[in-house]
Design a protein around this ligand. Structure first.
Ligand code: ZN
Length: 500
């Protein structure tokens, strides 16, 4: 099998398609700013890196996956200062900032549980790491790359660029950035150069989220949290730093500069960025009134949606395109994805029920046997080629008609060798379920819990029947029926159920 190759998105230090060291892997992915509900655009990075996480583990790496929660200080957009999102939203919703943060953190966890995303190994919060951030800012100041002005601290980008490559990740050129001025924006006049970014901000009197620091009461900048927390849990240099392409600049570029000064090393060996989701060909955003929240997606309650789409349909839809390509969202595309996924599940169910039966004297169909084996083996090759989930799914679609033909009798099962048949079964379970993380809709977490409860009630009903307590046995059956769960006594004495 080929080696895993990862596309490194560093623009000016091209070292593409290099493989990882064996053993442990440290991966840091920028998590959500919990100042509002997650939307469709957030689904892509977390599903993408969930598959990366799953596949690395499948390959035998011991992965420490760190994904932060930004619960303070996100006030910069596109390199310009904007309002503190959390403070503004808390005011609007009349909530204590930490109440708001908790509400949206819970919602985030709920949504990504629906997508069957594995939890990260560590999920640090910005507010839980104020001391580490202050320490890092102090180090950067001691080294002469940051300055204080009126209780705020800024990173000196121009000085950094004299000896380092600012723009190494995004490919931007400092001179161009210096030319375009944003001086009309509030707070900019404190900076020596407009490209400088805040490490610490002085808190205005009305600001609730504030912490003491050597520069007075304030709160940390957005970029510094990721540098401080990744260093704490993954060390000076770790393997993979991931996020959406919109984070390349300024967020990740600033992370690199801060970490380089504080720790003397390029923080991550590989930078992975997923491309954006567009909606009907347009960028998603306030300007187009086309931001679709995940709760709206799951309920269909949005003017752009024909109806609701299940979390697994969305997950499948995301994985049908390679993570570095743009992905256009539309009702048609979602409905096609839904049908496609259904076809895969039908084939999967058929495959699970098939049992191999060799037929004496009947030869294996060598051509078919080889084709099936190739399609299975290619799944590994595709994921090794920079996590190409789209091609894996394409191969499963090639294999589905073979499985259906075995069921229909057009292909006899012994036309495949036993080894190939087992490989086929294993490939579907490994890729569809374990690595791509798809699951039949009825098997999601909530339903598996429900299943446990129903199994228990069926057990109790059996016991009631065996001691001839028919009142209790009928009560269980009728009460379940009243909530839409029908029990059925099978001929062989077992009990099954269906949900209406
Ligand atoms: Zn980050």
């Amino acid at each position: 099998m080929s080696e895993l190759k990862i596309y490194n998105s560093l623009q000016r230090q091209k070292e593409v398609f290099t493989s990882l060291y064996p053993g442990h892997v440290g991966m840091y992915v920028c998590g959500p700013t919990v100042s509002g509900e997650s939307h469709l655009g957030h689904a892509r990075p977390y599903i993408t890196f969930d598959v990366v996480y799953r596949y690395l583990q499948f390959l035998g790496y011991k992965v420490r996956y760190v994904r932060n929660i930004t619960d303070a200080g996100h006030f910069e957009e596109e390199g310009r200062e904007a309002e503190d999102k959390i403070a503004k939203r808390a005011q609007l919703e009349k909530l204590e900032p930490m109440e708001l943060v908790q509400k949206y953190t819970n919602l985030f966890h709920w949504a990504f549980n629906q997508f069957n995303c594995l939890e990260p190994s560590i999920e640090p919060t910005a507010t839980g790491h104020i001391i580490e951030q202050i320490e890092m800012i102090k180090t950067i100041m001691e080294k002469g790359y940051a300055y204080e002005k009126n209780g705020s601290v800024y990173f000196d980008v121009k000085k950094y660029a004299e000896t380092h490559d600012y723009g190494i990740l995004s490919g931007r050129v400092l001179e161009d950035m210096l030319e375009s001025s944003n001086r009309e924006l509030e707070g900019q006049d404190e900076k020596i150069n407009n490209v400088d970014f805040a490490l610490w901000k002085k808190a205005p009197p009305e600001h609730i989220m504030r912490w003491p620091s050597p520069w007075g009461e304030g709160f940390p900048g957005w970029h510094i949290e990721c540098s401080a927390m990744s260093n704490k849990y993954l060390g000076k240099q770790f393997d993979i730093h991931g996020g959406g392409m919109d984070l390349q600049f300024p967020h990740h570029e600033c992370e690199i500069a801060q970490s380089e000064i504080a720790h003397g090393e390029m923080m991550a060996r590989y930078w992975m960025h997923n491309n954006m989701i567009t909606i009907n060909g347009r960028k998603m955003g306030k300007a187009y009134n086309n931001t679709i929240k995940l709760t709206e997606l799951f309920t269909g309650n949005h003017h752009l949606l024909d109806r609701a789409y299940s979390p697994m349909t969305i997950r499948f839809f995301v994985l049908q395109t390679h993570y570095r390509s743009t992905l256009d969202f539309s009702n048609e595309a979602l409905q096609a994805a839904e049908k496609g996924l259904h076809r895969l599940w039908s084939a999967y169910e058929v495959l699970q029920k098939l049992t191999y039966a060799p037929l004496d004297g009947q030869p294996v169909n060598e051509e078919l046997d080889k084709q099936v084996r190739d399609w299975c083996h290619e799944c590994h090759e595709f994921l090794n080629d920079d996590f190409n989930t789209a091609k894996v799914l394409a191969n499963l679609f090639e294999l589905a008609p073979v499985i259906n033909s075995i069921k229909g009798g057009q292909i006899k099962i012994h036309e495949l060798s036993e080894e190939t048949f087992q490989l086929l079964q294993k490939t579907w379970t490994t890729f569809l379920i374990e690595i791509l993380g798809l699951q039949p809709e009825t098997l999601n977490t909530d339903n598996s819990k429900l299943d446990g409860v129903i199994q228990l009630l069926m057990e109790m009903r059996k016991e009631a029947k065996s001691r001839k307590d028919y009142a209790a046995s009928d009560k269980i059956r009728n009460q379940l029926l009243s909530v839409g769960i029908q029990l059925k006594d099978e001929k062989d004495g077992s009990m099954t159920y269906s949900i209406q």
